[in-house]
Design a protein around this ligand. Sequence first.
Ligand code: NAP
Length: 318
Amino acid sequence: MVKITIMGASGTIGKNVAFTLAKEDQIHEIVMFSRPTSNDRVKGEIRDMYDALSADNIDVILTPSCEYEDLKDSAIVLITSGTPRKEGMNRLDLAIPNAKIVEEYSKNIAKYAPDSIILIVTNPVDVMTSIALDASGFDKHRVIGLGNHLDSLRLKTILSKFFQINSGEIHTRVIGEHGDHMVPLLSSTTIGGIPLKYYVESTQLDVPALVNEVRTAGNKIISKKGATEYGPSYAISNLIATIVNDSRKVLTVSTYLEGEVEGVYDVSLGVPVILCKRGIKDIIPVRMEDDERMEFFEAARTVKKCTYKVKDTLKEEE
Ligand code: NAP
């Protein structure tokens, strides 16, 4: 019997994740937690989802809630609450207001679901991962941020369209910040098992344009339709399914680093990890080319600076 909770359930990501997970029919109960002002909205979403799910005979329990007690026994608690980015806004602009929400919710998760895994989606996600880690007091393998897995899916799509081959043949990864300082790891990218640099048509690839396309992918979606929804929701459901099924897949998530990758420490960043039902089983100390390593260090500097700024502000306002 697997139970998970989604916080910020009336939002675009919250409700889409709930429906995506419900359709997969691997979870027994999904608690859709919201602020009291959104409770009616959530109840409406649930009625609508039940109608759709009955077409596939799926009997998942969807529970609307505004009470922290309902988090009890959740294997995973997902935090999607926060102000989303508007067009042209940097993810870091959202840091302080969103950190206050993440801090309060993480403290309550620790109190009401002390054995859970916290999965953070709220942006800027790398900073929020550190805030949730501190506020919950959980071991770092149980506090995970989604960001670069979504960026990696975007890079996979771009490569698959460029080479016109099935996306399943492409293994690639974006690490670093989920933001301007993301690092597409082309040195670890393979196509049909062949390293990208040896792949026959790779000379035709305009690498700077490719990198720019991945970095701006989220902004382009937001400028056209106001928000991202299907991409993040499926990326989140990948992470949750991997954890729930103890699949031990290598996925790129934000985690607090203590020197495991290129000696970077005291900052949460996206790196490849093995995910299991306990959360992060191992961080993979991936090798990089010199230019990738420099960009990874720059991501660490930027995110660490912002994390300290946010932590100092939260302390001052205590
Ligand atoms: P949204 O539709 O505006 O939903 C955000 C939800 O946050 C609201 O529905 C509300 O939920 C809750 N909320 C808003 N203000 C709040 C406050 N002051 N206190 C407590 N809860 C509050 O936004 P979205 O598109 O779902 O995006 C949610 C977050 O995910 C944003 O920070 C966005 O930037 C981030 N995001 C991250 C990724 C990633 O890859 N990491 C991808 C996409 C989006 P309730 O009223 O139901 O509680």
